[in-house]
Each structure stands twice: as C-alpha cells, then as structure tokens.
Ligand binder design. Structure first.
Ligand code: NAP
Length: 270
C-alpha cells in the first residue's frame, strides 16, 4: 500500500530530552588507549565525548565521537576552552612522553575546577635475556649510544632525529610515522611505517639492515613491543629512554576499564 499523504506524525519522543547528553568529557588523545576510552564512553548516551589530537600526524587514527585537532595555547588556553565548551571532566590519555600536554591538562583542569584523570599504560618490563640499558632522557641516550653499537634501529620518533643526527659515525634506520620537514643526513635512512609490528617482521628488519642496537622509548603496550622480543632473540642491546617523571603525579589509572569506572563516579548515570 502506498500513502498519498503524510503519515500521522508520531507521538513526541519522550526519551529525546533524556538523550541530550548531560555531561561533556574531554579526552586528550593520540594513543590507542584514548581511542578505546572514547569507544567505551560513547555507549553512555548521557556523556558527550570530545577527543583532542595535537595534529602532528598527517593521517591520524581517529577515535569515534567528536574530534578536535590542534593545540589549545598552553594551560590558560585549555582552561578557557574547557569553560567555553562546558566540559565536566578531563581524561588525559596522551602518550607517556607527551610531557607538556600532561602538565597543561593538570593545570587547566584545576583552573576550570573540573576533575582530571591521567590514563597511562604501564611501561615495559625486562625479561630474562634482555640487554636493556636504561637512560633518563634523550641527551643521555645520545651520549650512551656510541658505546652500544654502530647500526641503529631508531624508534623514538621524528621529533628526536635532530638529537641523534650529530652521531655521524653511526648508521641509523629511523622508523617514523611521517617524514620530518627537514632533509635527513646521509647516515640516516628513513623508514615510514606505523605499527603494530610482529616479532618475525622485526627480526627480519633487524637482520636485513644488520642492526646491532635498538633505541626506544619505554612506551609500553603491545603494538610496538615486538622489537624488544626480536632484540632478545638476536641478543642485541636495547637503549631504553625512561619516561619523563611529572613533578607532581596526577591521579592515574593504567587501564581503560579503570578510567571508565572513574568516569562513572565523577559523571554519574541518571
Ligand atoms: P607534548 O610535547 O606534550 O605537546 C606539545 C604541545 O602540543 C602541547 O603543549 C599542546 O599544545 C599540543 N598537544 C599535545 N597533545 C595534544 C592533544 N592531544 N590535543 C591538543 N593539543 C595537543 O606532546 P608530543 O610529545 O608532541 O605529542 C603530541 C601528540 O602525539 C600527543 O597527543 C601524544 O599523545 C601523541 N603521541 C606522542 C608520542 C611521543 O612519543 N611523544 C608518541 C605517540 C603519540 P598547546 O600547548 O598549544 O595546547
């Protein structure tokens, strides 16, 4: 049967008002955990999630829900943004090495008077057979590297290339998501790629380029862990740059489930 007139208007949806989100959450993102948290929270119709990305990567993996891209202009800019967008809670799920954003999130949330949580995955733990050399920061890694090897798999990201470039006696296979803006010197070969990686793939890469030392941040997580297993199998040293330690650590959880439980307490359902 076809209708030659509009069907009866449906009764007003009394649930509609209830579906307008009561809470607004900002997730500072750029990590798998941030995407997983956004995916978990969109299941709550009373919470609107806005995920924020720095805009460093040309083709970022996007979380579900609303996304904004670009810096806020420091802690004051972020505090103003929180007020303007009526944000009720902030979860900072940025990468463990995004030290400036972490401080900015803490200060801005305090200024805006909204609860703040840090979601940070645990770092990696050495296993029997590992030959890890831990250093506190990038300058210490640059100083230590010549004593550990000559052919380097460098996985610390585009922003650290300039620090290693003066080590012209070494050869680098520098794995990056996006190429740096500046040309790289002849002793640095760029490998553009993005994880996850497999142990067999990492083992082949190390063998193919006759790598004798791996340099990494202690990023933690499964997506980029295979290089550590490959280095252990091949009995190679790993130069591991420690995480920057915040002066005053914020309230922190290490899993998305715990972050969801924190949100249930601070943005109660109903
Ligand atoms: P950073 O040094 O702590 O941040 C520098 C500035 O970039 C911040 O002050 C902020 O600018 C802006 N910013 C950073 N994260 C942002 C976000 N999620 N949303 C909006 N603005 C952001 O950070 P980074 O080490 O450059 O990392 C940038 C992004 O890449 C982070 O989101 C992080 O999660 C992701 N990431 C970093 C690494 C790493 O090894 N560092 C690895 C994987 C992914 P304003 O001060 O103007 O607000």
């Amino acid at each position: 049967m076809t209708l030659d007139h509009d069907p009866e208007p449906t009764a007003p949806d009394r649930g509609a008002a209830r579906r307008v989100p009561r809470w607004r959450l900002l997730v500072l993102g750029g990590t798998a955990e941030a995407r997983a948290l956004a995916a978990a929270v969109v299941a709550r119709p009373d919470v609107a999630v806005v995920s924020s990305l720095a805009g460093r990567v040309a083709d970022p993996r996007l979380p579900v829900g609303e996304v904004r891209i670009g810096g806020f202009g420091g802690p004051a800019g972020l505090a103003a943004w929180l007020a303007e967008h009526r944000i009720h809670a902030v979860v900072d799920a940025t990468h463990p090495y995004a030290a400036r954003m972490r401080v900015s999130g803490i200060e801005a949330a305090a200024t805006a008077g909204v609860p703040h949580l840090r979601l940070e995955r645990p770092g990696w733990t050495a296993q029997p057979g590992d030959r890890w050399h831990r250093v506190p920061d990038l300058p210490a890694a640059v100083a230590a590297l010549p004593s550990l090897g000559r052919r380097v798999l460098l996985t610390t990201g585009r922003q650290s290339l300039a620090a290693f470039a003066p080590l012209a006696d070494l050869w680098f296979l520098a794995r990056v998501v996006d190429a740096p803006d500046e040309p790289v010197p002849a002793h640095v070969r760029l490998l553009r790629s993005r994880g996850p990686y497999t142990v067999d793939g990492e083992t082949d890469l190390i063998r193919e380029h006759r790598i004798d030392v791996v340099v990494t941040k202690d990023s933690g997580g499964a997506l980029t862990e295979a290089k550590l297993t490959a280095a252990r199998r091949l009995d190679l040293p790993v130069l591991m740059i420690d995480r920057p330690a915040p002066a005053t650590p914020p309230a922190t959880v290490t899993t998305v489930d715990d972050a969801v439980r924190w949100l249930d307490r601070h943005l109660p359902v109903g």
